[in-house]
Design a protein around this ligand. Structure first.
Ligand code: PBG
Length: 319
């Protein structure tokens, strides 16, 4: 007899279906149980135009969490960068699988790279973090580009370029990889140019805290180094008291000497969307082995960034 299927709650977007499908396969491999996708329509899906007013991408997460709390689904998969930094007591992030490419990329017309964009080029992104860093890069590298606020799913955003409305759009490499469109990337942006969003490229597999067996099963998909890195990045975000739509970038990575991992480095950036001011700092420490140590790394960097005026740069709420 086959065991009862586990129910995975997912949004219906291509990206959500792709990442849920990939996690479903992995979960069924480690548990030996079939996994069934249960589509949840969120308020954010129905009412795109009001996304900014109703609280950004948090609304997507909220609907999945409500389905979990009501017992309609057994677990859910979120893009970690869309997950609020406060964790409800009754839910646990049972697994953070190995992170994909955390970088941002551009898809530009005529296979152009960022530095090839002609004077006055219009580059679409709805993210204040991307605007701030692209505009700062342009100012210091003699580029003349205009960031244009757009939103929408992957297809919509790429459509701005293929239809000729914009010269380029910015997207996350991870999302494009997951939907099988990474071959359309024309430039992978160095993280020295654009630091990704905290948690970008990572997924969170969430379930209810009272389901100890499932928590233990899902934990087999957890990658402790990814978890340590994103915990530090999100702790920085939380300590800056910034939300998912704030102009904050963060990336933790490992510094190695040959094969020997020496330390974890955490980089952070906050800026004004026009790129005229950026606070960009990094810190290093022993690779965190506990949640507390990873959190401390993020808090430490936040304290330094706040001392350099980071708070004053986060007031704006573009889009
Ligand atoms: N803001 C929307 C969003 N949330 C997660 C991803 C995919 C990348 C990821 O999982 O980190 C994207 C698309 C994008 O930023 O291009």
């Amino acid at each position: 007899m086959t065991e009862k299927a586990l129910r995975l709650g997912t949004r219906r977007s291509k990206l959500a279906m792709a990442q849920s499908g990939q996690v479903a396969d992995a979960v069924s491999q480690v548990t030996g149980r079939p996994v069934e996708l249960v589509e949840i329509t969120t308020y954010g899906d129905v009412s795109r135009e009001h996304l900014a007013q109703i609280g950004g991408t948090g609304v997507f997460v909220a609907a999945l969490r409500e389905a979990l709390a009501r017992g309609e689904v057994d677990f859910a998969v979120h893009s970690l960068k869309d997950l609020p930094t406060t964790q409800p007591d009754e839910l646990v992030v049972a697994a953070i699988p190995v992170r994909e490419d955390p970088r941002d990329v551009i898809i530009a017309r005529d296979a152009l790279k960022l530095t090839d964009l002609p004077r006055g080029a219009r580059i679409g992104t709805g993210s204040p973090r991307r605007m701030a860093q692209l505009n700062a890069y342009a100012r210091t590298h003699g580029l003349d580009i205009e960031t244009v606020p757009i939103r929408g799913n992957v297809d919509t955003r790429i459509g701005y370029v293929t239809k000729g409305d914009l010269d380029a759009v910015v997207l996350a490499a991870a999302g494009l990889n997951r939907v099988g469109r990474s071959d359309e990337v024309t430039d992978f942006l160095s993280v020295d140019t654009v630091l990704p969003a905290p948690g970008q490229g990572a997924l969170a597999v969430e379930t209810t805290a009272d389901n100890a067996d499932l928590v233990a099963s899902l934990a087999q998909l957890d990658d402790p180094l990814t978890r340590a890195a994103v915990t530090a990045e999100r702790s920085l975000l939380a300590a800056l008291e910034a939300g998912c739509s704030a102009p904050v970038g963060a990336l933790a990575d490992l510094l190695a000497d040959g094969q020997i991992v020496k330390e974890m480095r955490l980089r952070g950036v906050v800026g004004t969307t026009d790129g005229s001011t950026l606070v960009q700092l990094s810190t290093t420490g022993p690779v965190p082995e506990t949640h507390e140590a990873a959190t401390a790394l993020g808090r430490e960097l936040a304290t330094e960034m706040l001392a350099q005026g980071a708070a004053g740069l986060m007031g704006e709420r573009a889009l």
